[in-house]
Design a protein around this ligand. Structure first.
Ligand code: PMP
Length: 443
């Protein structure tokens, strides 16, 4: 049995420098169950990173394990390319039973490679093929993956600077980040300005923006810093795109499958996109991704989008079991309740900690934006980002057995993404550890 240190040293020597989580969280995981992981030295941690939002049912949930064991017991094929099987049929039925009714009748599904980025790539190719256009409208601060195409439409500039030849004709629009409003106005006025700006841009023949193949967005920016778009803004965007015949792609890779308090996050706004993408939690913790889209866009010719690993059988079996459990136990509603409890508890701490510039979220996708309160606020009321303190807080949490992610555009948002099964007691534990960690970081 190796120690934490031994495994971390080996990794440092052999693995690529590109890895990022182990740099911020120096951990080697031995075992895991529910919302806890145990490191190689036997120390237990509460896992509020949960595979960056993948582990809806936590680690090694019994229904997922049983589904996987059944695949083996029944001698089901582990790999079939995209040839159909009863396991696949069951998965599609289960997933379609979760879709909003009016969309279900028109929906088509495409299985993609194992990661979210794969499915976003497929969605981009789909809308480009269907519309015969190439321009993509996307949002500042958005994150859609790490491949050439998905990186091209993601906001973060630093990884792009070193990779030449990304996808041309991508236009970045202002996201309604109400705390740091791109128009310098906070609150409602800020997000109204954002949708008006977008509408004007699309209607201005001199804007330089070609008729787009699609607009893509996250309803809550995840990697961008747990930023929920206001509901009215989402409705406005749906109206604007629909009126102009622009397909709307919603990236539900992180927000999907109950995380925000609804099965799909667009349901909060009562809207339906033309295309949406699922990954992370869809495979019950195994790698799987799909694109779901309006059949009107189904322009693919045979073989137009292929690949060896399209819908792994084990992942589909685990995904069916997980979806079924989420639905039966109304874990979307539970996520909303636990999310509200966590959000309110963190907001209550704002009076003690002026370093909490903004505490926000939707469901169990919550962020605390860490700022420097010694400066004067900007015109929108925001304070300068404080990534050093955010990172210090993450470290103090880690020392106390709580794993949290730090991210966002300025690296100053502490993010909470616990499994959906988190209990009230565990939420209270998270809040209490976090408070101690913040106090210790400020000493
Ligand atoms: N879209 C969103 C919203 C994501 O959060 C992520 C991953 N964090 C991706 C796409 C890319 O998914 P993957 O890392 O599985 O390629």
């Amino acid at each position: 049995q190796h120690s934490n240190k031994e495994l971390l040293n080996q990794q440092e020597q052999r693995e690529s420098n590109a890895r990022s989580y182990p740099r911020r969280i120096p951990l080697a995981i031995g075992e895991a169950e529910g919302i806890y992981v145990t490191d190689m030295d036997g120390k237990k941690y509460l896992d509020c990173l949960a595979g960056a939002g993948t582990l809806a049912l936590g680690h090694n949930h019994s229904v997922v394990i049983e589904a996987m064991e059944k695949v083996i017991r029944d001698k089901r094929p582990l790999h079939t390319l995209d040839i159909t099987t009863p396991i696949k049929e069951e998965f599609v039925n289960e997933l379609f039973s979760c879709l909003p009714e009016e969309f279900c009748e028109r929906a088509k599904i495409q299985f993609c490679g194992p990661t979210g980025g794969d499915a976003i790539e497929a969605a981009l190719k789909l809308v480009k093929t269907a519309t015969g256009r190439q321009s993509i409208l996307t949002f500042q601060g958005g994150y859609h993956g790490s491949t050439h195409g998905t990186m091209s439409i993601s906001g973060n500039l630093s990884p792009k600077k070193k990779v030449q030849g990304l996808m041309p004709d991508t236009h970045f629009l202002p996201y309604p980040y109400t705390y740091r409003c791109p128009f310098g106005k906070g609150g409602e006025e800020g997000h109204r300005l954002s949708s008006t700006y977008i509408e004007n841009l699309l209607d201005d023949p001199e804007s330089g923006v070609l008729p787009p193949a699609a607009m893509i967005l996250e309803t809550v920016q995840g990697e961008g810093g747990s930023i929920p778009a206001p509901i009215e803004w989402l409705q406005e965007i749906r109206r604007i795109t629909k009126e102009r015949g622009i397909p709307l792609i919603i990236d539900e890779v992180q927000t999907g499958i109950g995380r925000t308090g609804k099965m799909f996050s667009f349901e909060h706004a009562g809207i339906v996109p033309d295309v949406f993408v699922l990954s992370k939690a869809i495979g019950g913790s195994l790698p799987l991704s799909v694109v779901i889209y309006d059949q009107e866009l189904d322009c693919w010719e045979h073989g137009a989008h292929i690949g060896t690993f399209r819908g792994n059988q084990m992942a589909m079996a685990a995904g069916t079991a997980s979806l079924n459990y989420i639905k039966k136990n109304e874990l979307d509603r539970h996520a909303e309740e636990m999310g509200n409890l966590l959000l309110q508890s963190l907001q209550q701490q704002q009076s003690d900690f002026p370093e909490f510039g903004d505490v926000r979220g939707r469901g169990l996708m919550i962020g605390v934006e860490i700022v420097d309160p010694t400066h004067a606020p900007s015109s929108s009321g925001s304070l300068p980002a404080n990534p050093e303190l955010a990172s210090h807080i993450q470290h103090e949490c880690f020392k106390r057995g709580l794993i949290l992610e730090v991210g966002g555009r300025h690296g100053s948002i502490v993010r909470f993404l616990p499994p959906l099964i988190i209990t009230e007691e565990q939420v209270k534990e998270v809040v209490s550890i976090f408070k101690d960690a913040v106090s210790a970081s400020l000493k």
